[in-house]
Design a binder for this molecule. Structure first.
Ligand code: SF4
Ligand code: MG
Length: 333
């Protein structure tokens, strides 16, 4: 079956005053209808830039796609006419950002902002669009939707504003939603509620969901599979539960060990030493080698391919076998 979205060997670069920054260097991933892919990485890993290339925000310089394909239901978005591409991106894809306050219009009440989608794209009357706005607010479980539909973004809490963003994203029932750090600005309890809402809507509407995050802790319960990015490349892909149990890349392992665990109070948090590289000067060989506890000579010279580790599992580490050890759980389970 054809994947809903199939990104193949994508390369994206930016022209800067100091040279060309290679933000995305051969990324491939796919998402099926009804499936959630979590894309994980630190800032500067290329996870957001990949999403921007999919949704078309990079269409103008200085960011440019130098190579690759972005197949949406089998057709390459990069080879469609401008009009076709806008149609797909306008109605069949939607994006949710971290910062709802700046993504929403501060001088329009939320009813008008939600309703506008239906007026513009569905030719509805303002009265019908208002009713749709209330329906959407109910759907994302904003209490007292009918009373609050005339309020402005600043009158809602951060979590409620993010629900409004989600309502905007699902308004036209897109087939794919890309959420870029949708809960990063929220406190932990609210994060979990918003994630759960996204997962529920994804199930109800049968959408594909790409969840971009730097936080492995928030995706365990909602994602089907994970792609871990580093320096513009995918370094590991796996079904979500396998990656938690047995990471096959030292970078993933470091990220996992940085998640605070309630059952291991007082345990020193492992933070991966050093910083991600500048995209102007990506280290040769394995880009992670300056920070990697397992690095050897070959890592400095030979770029690791994505080795097949198991069904649906790949790792870009020459020494993935050494890395692939069961994490021992203190529960002994
Ligand atoms: Fe570390 Fe070498 Fe594996 Fe890269 S290839 S992650 S440097 S062990
Ligand atoms: Mg980002």
């Amino acid at each position: 079956p054809t994947a809903l979205l199939d990104v193949r060997d994508l390369h994206v670069a930016f022209r800067t005053r100091e040279g060309v920054a290679k933000a995305v260097n051969g990324v491939s991933y796919s998402v099926n209808a009804g499936e959630t892919l979590a894309v994980l990485g630190e800032s500067g890993s290329g996870k957001s830039v990949t999403a921007q290339a999919i949704t078309g925000i990079l269409d103008t310089p200085p960011g440019f796609i130098s190579k690759g394909e972005i197949l949406f239901k089998g057709t390459d978005l990069l080879r469609m006419s401008g009009g076709e591409r806008r149609k797909v991106r306008g109605a069949q894809m939607a994006m949710i950002f971290q910062d709802a306050l700046s993504a929403l219009n501060p001088v329009l009440n939320v009813g008008d902002q939600l309703g506008e989608m239906f007026v513009v794209h569905r030719g509805m009357s303002h009265k019908d669009a208002r009713a749709k706005a209330v329906e959407l607010m109910d759907r994302v479980r904003i209490p007292a939707a009918r009373e609050r539909v005339g309020q402005y973004p600043h009158q809602f809490s951060g979590g409620m504003r993010q629900r409004i963003m989600i309502a905007m994203a699902i308004a036209l029932e897109p087939e794919l939603i890309i959420a870029d750090e949708p809960t990063t600005a929220l406190d932990v309890t609210v994060q979990a509620q918003v994630m759960e809402l996204l997962a529920e809507l994804r199930r109800e509407l049968g959408m594909g969901l790409i969840l971009i995050t730097h936080d492995l802790g928030v995706v365990a319960d909602v994602a089907d599979k994970i792609a871990v990015m580093y320096a513009g490349r995918i370094v590991e892909t796996a079904p979500v539960h396998e990656i938690y149990r047995s990471p096959a890349h030292p970078y993933t392992k470091g990220l996992l060990e940085s998640i605070p665990r309630l059952d291991q109070k007082g345990r020193q948090l492992y933070a991966i030493k050093g910083l991600p590289p500048s995209l102007l000067r990506i280290p040769p060989g394995c880009a992670f080698h300056p920070r990697c506890p397992l690095a050897r000579q070959v890592c400095r010279t030979d770029e690791p391919p994505l080795y097949e580790v198991g069904p649906g599992r790949r790792s870009a580490c020459h020494f993935w076998k050494e890395c692939l050890v069961e994490r021992t759980d203190s529960s002994g389970a």
